[in-house]
Structure formats: structure tokens, C-alpha cells
Design a protein around this ligand. Structure first.
Ligand SMILES: [Zn+2]
Length: 219
């Protein structure tokens, strides 16, 4: 990674090449529900037709994204999944945990918005049950945890709880990777709700229609 401040951090070397994923930084600006222009800017930058998103409420509600069924700020929920290639998934956070999931064989992707409240009311279960219904094999899943407020700065250890819940489904630690970045600590890089920011970062995942992504910057 260069020292120059970047607007988007891309995650590579974890998901297969056909999965493009990343997180916007403070430099990119706000992608919260109050600023739909932020999402439009990101769609343009990624050269993707749509980024589906939700009015996130810390629920366990998960929505499907289809060609003609693209949830946006008017729809409530905290999880999105799709097989579509032209529509990405966008999770908005500032301290909460954005989780990106890809079934590397079935080519299904999912994004979850996870905070303390919905972590303990079944968002992970609901996500995995949804994937199982879609004939996903949990052994083929890769799970990425984007930047969030880590346990040294917050009373709840979100990551350990997530990993424990995944383990109950047989998803091993080797299938799970964390960005290792704390939103509260990295004040110049990310927004942090607990530090008083009202803006949100956008963590996204989409299936590259060209099934390649070599021209992207690496983390
Ligand atoms: Zn921290």
C-alpha cells in the first residue's frame, strides 16, 4: 500500500479473482443514507451499474438482489445477497462490522451489517441459512471482516463472537479473514461513530463481469 491517502482500499488475495471487494475511506467521503450521492459516486468509480444497499436497522433481515429487484435506501434490512454480475452489494458502517461472504463454487455473494444488537439476534444464522437454501456448501465459503471497532476500544468483541457463531456451522477460522483495522484507532483513515462521526464508509462486494481484477490496487 502506498503512503498516499486512498479513497478505496481493495481486498485481494483472499477471495477468488472474480470477486471485487473493498471499503471506502474517510477521504472518499460519506456514503450514509443521508447522502445517496456517495453511493452514486462509488458506482461510477467502480464502473458498476448498481450497488444495492439498505436502510440498516440492526435487524436480522436479509434481502435478495435480482436483476429487477435492487434494494436501496428505501428498503430496511441488514443483509444482501446475489448471484448477479452487474449489481454489487454495499454495507455502510462506522464502527459496526461489515461482513463480506462469497461461495467460491456456487458464485453467490453476501454482505452483512453486523453490530452488537443484531449479532445476538441471529444475523449470522439468517445469512448462513439463506445460503444453505441456495444450495451453498458452507465449506466453500470465504468470509471477510471489514474494518470495525475492535475489542480494545469497545466492550464487545465482535470478531470472536462472529467466529464462534460461524464455527457452529462448521466454518473454520481458515475460511475467515479480518482486515485487522480498527475504525476507532485509525482516525485519519476511517469514520468512527463512537468518535462522533456521522458519516459512513461503504464496504462493497461484487462479481466482476469480466471475471478479472488485476488492474486494482492491492492491500
Ligand atoms: Zn481501536
Amino acid at each position: 500500500m502506498t503512503k498516499k491517502k486512498m479513497e478505496i482500499i481493495y481486498y485481494k488475495n483472499f477471495f477468488p479473482d472474480w470477486v471485487i471487494s473493498g471499503t471506502t475511506t474517510r477521504k472518499f467521503g460519506d456514503v450514509s443514507i443521508r447522502n445517496p450521492a456517495g453511493r452514486k459516486k462509488l458506482e461510477k468509480l467502480l464502473k458498476i451499474k448498481h450497488l444495492a444497499c439498505l436502510n440498516q436497522t440492526h435487524s436480522a433481515v436479509i434481502k435478495k438482489v435480482g436483476t429487477k429487484l435492487i434494494p436501496d435506501e428505501a428498503d430496511q434490512g441488514d443483509g444482501l445477497w446475489t448471484r448477479e454480475r452487474k449489481t454489487g452489494l454495499l454495507i455502510k458502517t462506522a464502527d459496526c462490522l461489515p461482513i463480506l461472504i462469497a461461495d467460491t463454487k456456487a458464485k453467490i455473494i453476501m454482505g452483512l451489517h453486523v453490530g452488537r444488537r443484531n449479532l445476538f439476534c441471529g444475523i449470522i444464522n439468517r445469512g448462513l441459512e439463506t445460503l444453505l437454501k441456495e444450495k451453498s456448501s458452507l465449506m466453500n465459503l470465504k468470509v471477510f471482516l471489514g474494518p470495525f471497532i475492535e475489542k480494545k476500544c469497545y466492550p464487545t468483541d465482535l470478531e470472536t463472537e462472529v467466529r464462534n457463531q460461524l464455527k457452529k456451522y462448521g466454518i473454520s477460522n481458515g475460511q475467515v479473514k479480518s482486515s485487522g483495522e480498527c475504525t476507532y484507532c485509525l482516525t485519519n483513515k476511517y469514520f468512527s461513530y463512537r468518535r462522533g462521526d456521522s458519516e459512513r464508509m461503504g464496504t462493497f462486494i461484487y462479481i466482476d463481469s469480466r471475471l478479472r481484477g488485476n488492474d486494482r490496487q492491492q492491500v
